[in-house]
Design a protein around this ligand. Structure first.
Ligand SMILES: [Zn+2]
Length: 133
């Protein structure tokens, strides 16, 4: 993969993530939840934070965060070693961040890009998470 192609792909992934986040935030807002965005004080800078509930949500793109067994998480065939190392690094970091949040008394939930395909189930998942915190 050329450098150009790679940076194009990265920008695509980034903008996609933003859209995913916006969708989840809109769902939450419509259901009356209020939250903060990107709390840099917390490990991993969670995308959506509920300080009163000590709850944090990460909205993860399946490719970028290496969603296992997910169609969107499949790695490209070219430059496989590069992507494997990159994604594995992200997965390790994500796991560390979740661990640190839990250690600090926070509850964390990961929403995957592919879960936005089923909004009803996603809403249930969000309600469950937020009502149990
Ligand atoms: Zn996925």
């Amino acid at each position: 993969m050329s450098a150009e192609r790679r940076s194009w792909l990265m920008s695509r992934v980034k903008s996609k993530n933003t859209t995913l986040e916006k969708t989840v935030r809109a769902l939450l807002f419509a259901r009356g939840y209020r939250y903060r965005h990107h709390d840099k004080q917390l490990p991993g800078t969670p995308d959506i934070v509920f300080p009163g509930r000590m709850a944090a949500i990460f909205v993860n793109g399946c490719f970028w965060h290496g969603h296992t067994f997910c169609q969107y998480g499949k790695l490209p065939k070219s430059n496989l070693a590069f992507w494997q190392a990159k994604i594995e690094h992200n997965r390790t970091k994500d796991a560390d961040d979740l661990h640190m949040l839990n250690e600090g008394g926070w509850k964390a939930l990961t929403i995957w890009q592919c879960e936005l395909k089923n909004i009803e189930t996603l809403i249930e998942k969000l309600d469950d998470f937020l009502n149990n915190t």
